[in-house]
Design a protein around this ligand. Structure first.
Ligand code: SF4
Ligand code: SF4
Length: 74
């Protein structure tokens, strides 16, 4: 059974480097089309129910914008 997870992203802190998009094994992160107040296009989660709480996105984010929560097993 895979782990089930959930993440939160601080869209105002996100600078749009997209390291997290590349790091997500399930490809469930993508850039928003709406800018934040710093002029970056922050990352959002698509298909959030697929998250496995691997923590890759958290580990690569240079600005600690992402928090990962484990929700148990799928
Ligand atoms: S915790 Fe893993 S699966 Fe979930 S969004 Fe981050 S990189 Fe993707
Ligand atoms: S790694 Fe962090 S700063 Fe870079 S796009 Fe992802 S959330 Fe934003």
């Amino acid at each position: 059974m895979a782990r089930k997870g959930k993440i939160t992203i601080d869209r105002e802190m996100c600078k749009g480097c997209y390291l997290c998009i590349r790091a997500c094994p399930l490809k469930i992160l993508e850039a928003e089309t709406v800018m934040n107040s710093s002029g970056s296009y922050p990352v959002k989660v698509i298909n959030a129910e697929k998250c496995i709480a691997c923590g890759n996105c958290y580990e690569v984010c240079p600005d600690v914008c992402i928090e990962v929560f484990e929700l148990g097993e799928k």
